[in-house]
Ligand binder design. Sequence first.
Ligand SMILES: *Cc1c(COP(=O)(O)O)cnc(C)c1O
Ligand code: SF4
Length: 468
Amino acid sequence: MAINGDTEISARTDVGADEDGCTCAVDEHRPDLDDSHRDLRDDEFWRHVPAYAELSAAEFHDHRFQSRNCITTARKLREVLQDGASAAFYADVEAGVNRSTMSLRLSPYLLSLINWDAPETDPIRTQFLPLASRFRPDHPELHFDSLNEQADSPVAGLTHRYRDRALFLALDTCPVYCRFCTRSYSVGLDTEGVEKVHFGATLERWEQAFDYIRQHSEIEDVVVSGGDMYNLKAEQVELLGRTLLDIDHIRRFRYATKGPAVMPQKLVSDDDWVGAVAGVAEEGRRRHKQVSLHTHFNHPAEITAITQQGLNRLLDRGVIVRNQTVLQRGVNDNVAAMRGLILRLSYLNVQPYYVFVHDMVRGVEELRTTLQTAIELEKEVRGVTAGYNIPAFVLDTMGGGGKRHVHSYEHYDREQGIGVFTSPAVRPGQKFFYFDPIDELNEAQQTRWADADERRNIIESARQTVSR
Ligand SMILES: *Cc1c(COP(=O)(O)O)cnc(C)c1O
Ligand code: SF4
């Protein structure tokens, strides 16, 4: 190591002496940066919704009230909001719901957090209430079960794609229904255009999945998802958890749930359910196994004081909580939202784990972003806080290649909107494509994609640029 005066001086310069002679280590020349991620909403934000105007905090934050009063139809939305939105908006929602692949289900909590002065551009509205006027035509290469989960399923509702991990869909209902759901092939009620494959929470199907896991000793890790395990009873959470802990080769598993993001009240007051999760995690620790909870927050506005109160009950009991986010156009595809989300989650000691590029599912094209958006955002947010709290920006490849880091493409033609990835650890020798949304391309490229022969040419020449 060279220890001389020059090196020392230049090293100090790096720390921050600029033209003004300021030597502060922290950059104070970014007035756009602040600590607003710590200001968790603690007002009675529901009172501006006519149907909730008279509710006290105790009434509104009762988790039974929340789950019994979910908005499931456009008519119900109108009853609750009354003149809080325009007739044109209601008509737009109704037409949107009719065209949607997912059924409508929105908690009073989320509904109240929407900015009803500008619902068209609100990030929570965008995720849960479809507007027909915003629909964009699907990319011609999109499929329904875009991740090929059904093809990788040895048992109904169990996907075994990565050697040491299995994904178990424990049930097929959720506390809310997200427009962008990857599992629109199974989750929720059948809709106008979609008849779904159902995975009910039956003991018989669970036993088949447990048997498969028992027989495959290479599996060390299970993702318990759905649907959403927020909808499991405490006894089911416990049965599932203890069964997995009893399998010797299972070393860790996660319960994945959207619940804390959409109905945090349950964490505050459903003692049985919280007790079941925490009890399983404690039993796991006794056996030197790791049990964690994976949440699904997408925007800082979804996180309020009640969220912190709920999550603290898990932290109190030592449960590890991580978060997975879906990148969506008009929701969190800008630096302020993504930075705010990462800092706010970190502040609550929820570890931001993944940001997923929106899957190539049908019917939600206006929510997808280009790959370039994900790449740029990753660059912008890396460094804002501890490295272990910076999520990995990944793409879950269509066709079952698994998750790939957005920067790891083998080929990306931004003009044509096509990316090519490989996945040596999961499907060696295969190539996987990502297609940017058509409406983000220029007109000439849009015309090419509309033509079936041209389309094959684009894909073939992209494939050939990658030799491995
Ligand atoms: C995402 C996923 C997993 C878990 O992957 P991690 O990278 O460990 O989070 C397991 N199985 C399937 C099918 C998945 O999609
Ligand atoms: S909670 Fe999860 S599984 Fe359920 S609709 Fe939303 S994304 Fe899909």
